[in-house]
Design a protein around this ligand. Structure first.
Ligand code: CP
Length: 306
């Protein structure tokens, strides 16, 4: 069965069947990544443009690797050095790129809704690689893949997202996707970094990290997004670490081993201590590896209409 949409703009409203299909397809591509020659001809003849208006390390490299491993032709666009500096609009940039006969666009932009906008002005398949504080659907899909790989399921697991929920696109995509797959999703952080109406999404809210750790199977730890904050939401990062930082000492109070996730980039010894980030409970680099397989799955399913 094909996916229900020809774009991936977010996980809000995406069905359980579609998420399952992406995760199952990613399992096949994960196997390709273990081969000596990590390449299949699936998207031969397709041209994909990576349209990055914001910084990225993981998502950008992961998409480019996924595209090349599917044998697509790849073009990378960065705002630096482009005609955006001369005042060209997003719509004009997109339509000029599309005039060169491209098939798919992966877009990262600081404005919520940028991917939706492109889906309305272009014929190409659009994949949202993070739009402002809105959604980051492939991050949540790779997070779900990593959990399913470790636990064999998502249903019934207690996943707590810790940190700057207000400025995070990862949080919203995690909440939508993981709830659809039957996980119990909660959030933990200072009141200044948790949206007031978040409970309407059906998540439990913690303001005490030790209570959150007591109940969680998995902690998805988020960075304090200082670049998206227009004023100070915290007295200091040191104080944040003291109250909410994930440390070995805090984790040792839990009766069960908690799996530690982080979408990156990490601010060591702010939201997470270095020894926890690098420790045996951490699956952070596994997330990065799985991201390539998950993005191959999304590109394949959208690019071939499967
Ligand atoms: N997780 C994530 O989106 O990282 P980048 O900003 O480096 O792409």
């Amino acid at each position: 069965m094909p996916l229900q949409s020809r774009h991936l703009l977010g996980l809000e409203g995406v069905s359980r069947d579609d998420i399952q299909l992406v995760l199952d397809t990613a399992t096949n591509f994960r196997e390709v990544l273990e081969r000596p020659i990590k390449k299949v001809p699936t998207l031969q003849g397709k041209t994909i443009v990576n349209l990055f208006f914001e910084s990225s390390t993981r998502t950008r490299i992961s998409f480019e690797l996924a595209e090349r491993r599917l044998s697509a032709d790849v073009v990378n666009f960065s705002v630096a050095g482009s005609s955006v500096a001369k005042g060209e609009t997003l719509k004009d940039t997109a339509r000029n790129i599309e005039a060169m006969k491209i098939d798919m666009v992966v877009v990262r932009h600081s404005s919520p809704g940028a991917a939706l906008f492109l889906s309305r002005v272009m014929n190409a398949n659009i994949i949202n690689a993070g739009d402002g504080t809105h959604e980051h659907p492939t991050q949540a899909l790779l997070d779900m893949y990593t959990i399913r790989e470790k636990f064999g399921k998502l249903e019934g697991l207690n996943v707590c997202i810790v940190g700057d929920i207000s400025h995070s696109r990862v949080a919203l995509s995690n909440i939508y996707g993981m709830q659809t797959m039957g996980a119990n999703v909660s959030v933990c952080g200072p009141t200044t970094l948790i949206p007031k109406d978040i409970k309407k999404l059906g998540v439990k809210v913690y303001h005490n990290i030790d209570d959150a750790i007591r109940d969680a199977d998995i902690l998805n730890v988020l960075r304090i997004q200082l670049e998206r904050q227009d004023r100070s939401f915290l007295p200091s990062t040191r104080e944040y670490h003291n109250y909410f930082g994930i440390t070995k000492e805090r984790l040792s109070k839990s009766k069960k081993p908690i799996t530690i996730m982080h979408p990156g980039p990490i601010n060591r010894d702010v939201e997470i201590s270095a020894d926890v980030a690098d420790g045996e409970q951490s699956v952070i680099l596994q997330q990065v590896l799985n991201g390539v397989a998950v993005r191959m799955a999304v590109l394949y399913l959208l690019g071939t209409g499967n």
